[in-house]
Design a binder for this molecule. Structure first.
Ligand SMILES: [Zn+2]
Ligand SMILES: [Zn+2]
Length: 173
């Protein structure tokens, strides 16, 4: 299993394709692919993200982005305001009604489960193309306070990054 290096400033890139000789996927590939499957449940037209939280390689929680329970989501409304206005990635989240995948996964896990856990995030755009799934600044703050120890997210190119959330502290996310 790949361990994040706490003193590393840049995320490390790993290939999601398994080596030719390996007969079964490693844990990180296994769970990032499950996160990808979870993302298909998302209700936003612009981006669909899935998150999986694991502890000791056991899934404790999953989440995908969507409107809060009982609120009309982008799919039902037939439009996404951030998509319509072509808001750049990471900006104007107040225009979006979604609770993010990471947040939904975190609120469904207990504090004990979250401490020292790993979160896997994968997503795709409206056309189904895999996209960079680095958490937004609000989710980064939540991940830090949840005590999550390792973050694995797809890089949008069939690879994934592994990062220790403490690396975010330097730039004050
Ligand atoms: Zn939307
Ligand atoms: Zn977020």
């Amino acid at each position: 299993m790949n361990k994040p290096k706490s003193r590393e400033s840049k995320p490390v890139t790993h290939k999601t394709k398994k080596p030719a000789k390996q007969t079964r996927p490693g844990w990180d590939i296994y769970f990032i692919n499950i996160a990808k499957a979870v993302s298909t449940r998302a209700t936003c037209l612009r981006r669909r993200y899935g998150a999986v939280i694991t502890k000791d390689n056991v899934i404790v929680s999953t989440g995908y982005n969507g409107a809060p329970s009982g609120m009309i989501d982008c799919l039902e409304a037939g439009k996404c305001t951030r998509k319509e206005l072509q808001i750049p990635h990471g900006e104007r989240y107040e225009l979006c009604h979604s609770v993010h995948a990471e947040a939904n996964a975190i609120i469904r896990a207990s504090a004990d489960e979250l401490k020292g856990s790993t979160i896997y995030i994968s997503g795709c755009d409206g056309e189904g193309e895999e996209c960079v799934s680095e958490p937004c600044m609000m989710c980064k703050r939540m991940i830090l306070n949840a005590g999550i120890f390792k973050v694995v997210y797809s890089d949008g190119n069939g690879c994934y990054h592994i990062i220790n959330p403490s690396d975010w502290l330097r730039n004050r996310v």
